[in-house]
Design a protein around this ligand. Structure first.
Ligand SMILES: Nc1ncnc2c1ncn2[C@@H]1O[C@H](COP(=O)(O)OP(=O)(O)OP(=O)(O)O)[C@@H](O)[C@H]1O
Ligand SMILES: [Mg+2]
Length: 162
């Protein structure tokens, strides 16, 4: 993933300027900064949820600067995990795949794979401590390998948190 001279504006307010960043495949990146310094804005710009005012965004070597979020093959896990409390772990993780009308067997295979990865019981319902993992699995399933984590999601209770 690469950012070249990225700037983001909210109206007249310049939230990010001259952002240059190169992250290799498999490399982990942690953004640290005070509240309001633009961490979420940067992640949203990479995901395509906030448009850039100038500069370029590359993912996997492709220029995605003007691609909509659903065509960037990237997932963003928000601070608000947006899980369904009335659904069990399996159904929460399966949700995005069902929206994409994947065959039941494919959904089952992918969900089982993701839940084994984070060692979660598919039949469980959500407790606060275990919510990060299904949310991550859910967001990660459509495009494994490229996950953005926001701060509160990577709580120490998550088996994926490192
Ligand atoms: N939708 C918006 N409209 C106007 N200004 C915004 C908007 N979103 C963020 N900002 C401003 O942009 C700047 C960067 O905000 P951002 O949310 O990216 O910071 P952050 O580093 O993620 O902060 P936090 O640690 O509190 O999550 C802040 O000054 C914020 O007030
Ligand atoms: Mg933030």
């Amino acid at each position: 993933m690469e950012l070249k001279d990225v700037a983001v504006k909210y109206g007249d307010f310049l939230a990010l300027k001259n952002i240059n960043l190169h992250v290799e495949a498999g490399e982990g990146l942690v953004l640290l900064g005070p509240s309001g310094s633009g961490k979420s804005t940067l992640l949203r710009a990479v995901a395509g949820l906030t448009p850039v005012a100038s500069g370029r965004v590359y993912i996997g070597g492709n220029d995605v600067t003007y691609l909509p979020p659903d065509r960037r093959k990237i997932s963003m896990l928000f601070q608000d995990l947006a899980l369904f409390p009335h659904l069990n772990v399996f159904e929460n993780v399966a949700f995005g795949l069902r929206l994409r009308h994947l065959p039941d067997e494919e959904v089952r295979k992918r969900v089982v794979w993701a839940l084994e990865l984070v060692r979660l019981d598919p039949a469980q319902f959500m407790s606060r401590g275990c919510t990060s993992s299904p949310a991550a699995s859910n967001r990660g399933l459509p495009s494994p390998g490229r996950w953005w984590w926001s701060r509160r999601s990577s709580s120490s209770t998550s088996p994926l948190a490192t």
